[in-house]
Design a protein around this ligand. Sequence first.
Ligand code: ADQ
Length: 749
Amino acid sequence: MDGSNGSSTQHWLTLARHTPLGILCDLDGTLVPFARTPDEARPDAGAIDLVNTLAAQPGVTMAIVSGRPKAWLEAFFPSPHVFLVAEHGAARRGMGAWENVGEIDPAPLEELATRLELLAGRHPGALVERKQTTVALHYRQVQRGRRGELLVEAYGIIDTFVARNPAFERLEGVLVAEVRPASVKKSSAVPWVRELAGGSPRLLALGDDVTDEHMFRVVGPTDEPIVVRTTERRRTAARWELDDSNEVRAVLRWLHGVRAGQTPLPVVLPREINQREPVAALASRDLLVVSNRLPEFRPVEGDDGERKRSVGGLVSALEPALRSRGGMWLGWSGKTVPSSEPVTTGVSDQSDASGVQLAWVDYTESWYRDYYAGFCNGTLWPLFHSFPSRVEMSDAGWSAYREVHEAFADFAAPHTSSRATIWAHDYHLLLFAHVMRQRGHGGPMGHFLHIPFPSLDIFAMLPWAAQLMDALLDYDLLGFHTPQHVANFLACASALLPAKVSDDVVKHRGRETHVAAMPIGIIPDAFQEAPEPTVLEEIDGLMRILGDAKLVLGVDRLDYTKGIPERLHAFGRMLEMFPEWRGKVSLVQISVPSRADVPLYAEQRATIEAIVGRLNGEFGEAAWVPVRYLYRSYGKQQLSQLYRAAAVGYVTPLRDGMNLVAKEYVAAQDPEEPGVLMLSQFAGAAVEMQDAVLTNPYHIDGMARDLDRSLRMRRDERKARHAKLLATVERSNAVTWAESFLDALASCR
Ligand code: ADQ
């Protein structure tokens, strides 16, 4: 017994005795348990017998409503008493004869299926199923950490197809991506079965998949939609739930017994879904990503409410994970409102093409000042990068830090199932797990820190160090870029808290937090694409200005941690130490504007411009400008071309969590004629990229010598180093990073 109360039993008895009764039942994941491949998931004799028995019962209309092809269904259910709906509603068999629903020309699917088959051939476990009007890519059997890679490519193919063939749409099933006619849905089965049943029927609709939601949405008020929670939990239009196919069969058997005049005790009855359980308004909430900024949209200056999408690295990394799981991304809109006004929040339209829903919170002006510019960028950023002299601290900052976390959690909690997985990002959200646990969140929560974690002597400068540490341990998983960051974190935990610390687990307050080094990667392909002609022209123009001089390239956000002044000084020093390079090499430094309204950053910009002026004044000649400083942002294609043209990628931060520019530079090189990556030993990237020319950005003479060595390096050495670096960049890319984080988070529990 499931402990159902009497009134619930009565409710189901009334339904079971109702005549006529229509049953619409999905197969895979509902009546039949999932198997490793679609072929193995065959209805067993028990399931077939149960369906036939119900179909033969007076007053019952029994329909199987499936995504499977006609012939497959017919092979198991030849009896004309069983009604069949195939391919999600594209075809149906009434009194023994099949009819097609709607006019669909399946011809365009041929090419799609072929392309997906080629792709599946490269991904062990992936399987393409061709049906009359649909094509499905199954990835249940693809190893968990490798699914993201497959999906990035698959979605590229599918989305292009759907854009060209609007009569078709993409549909996410349980570990299957399917393309099918947009006009066909399982919902069409509902009025059909109602009509077949005749009279005033009550309907029972059972299914586990998102395709079954279409049925649940159109059933009437006296019908009973039941969702089977076979795999993921998602927002559902169903009123009842069951756990698996065993429970489905038990309920159907009981129903049959009741109608047959027996009074069997129910083994299990559908459980009413607690509508008070906070679930999102619109869609599946299996994964909630939270970051300060929503990388996918840039608020428009002088915000008119329009929000534009832009594709950043983190988005590309997480999108496959969000798509395959279903999820929401929550962050700051980028907009501030006067502190006297209430904070506004919002959620994007679910119909968004990426399938990822965005949700945002606006900041008040005081939050922007005390939380964002204050505690985040004035306190934590310099502290975590080990720049203690730049750290500013105020009680107002700490209090705003906590307040903003409360605001994010107030928004997130009612939009998220209490069992959802949450992945928070970076130093802006260190307390997020803590405030969510206070609101009853029981699901797995992980955090990835994109910047370094400092050593104990630095971290302990923070008056709230112990509180912060305590709150961090409400996460189940903490990810860092390097083993050194992990070691620093563990040392701080063990010094500041009465916690039990081992290599990769911290035990505190009866909880366990796993800690791991998981270096982030890039999507290398994005830096290897052939450029558009206009991009080529633009970069050619820039190269013409440089003439024959070799290009040394620096690309950064304008930030004092990036060591731009030191890099410029070292370039000048090299021209002094090795005058033969004068006129033969130019440094191009591209800095993307960042936090320009923070005084320290404006000051940094002025410092850099002064050094550039000095160097050009001192060394410049009529036909040669030693340093070009470009204070602007470039698109990916432009950046790739610049990287490719550069003889040296000059990446010398004083401290950096990882540094993606180093990886992008490597990805963009011509393998036959690669440039040399010169990389600071204090960038997290240096751990994986030992084949770069590693340099110490604090030692100007040394850096000048390293630059000279890089410029002189022979082709065979450049090729050998580049090949090893490229292998690293390709092996641990952005998608594998996201998947392995989520895998690790799932296995924490
Ligand atoms: P950032 O400090 O922003 O990231 P980084 O990893 O180098 O540093 O990423 C910068 C990104 O901005 C790169 O993708 C680069 O292409 C882009 N970019 C830089 N200059 C640009 C320009 N002028 N025009 C266009 N794009 C430009 C933080 C941490 C890092 C960590 C990342 C990811 O500080 O240590 O590597 O997060 O975890």
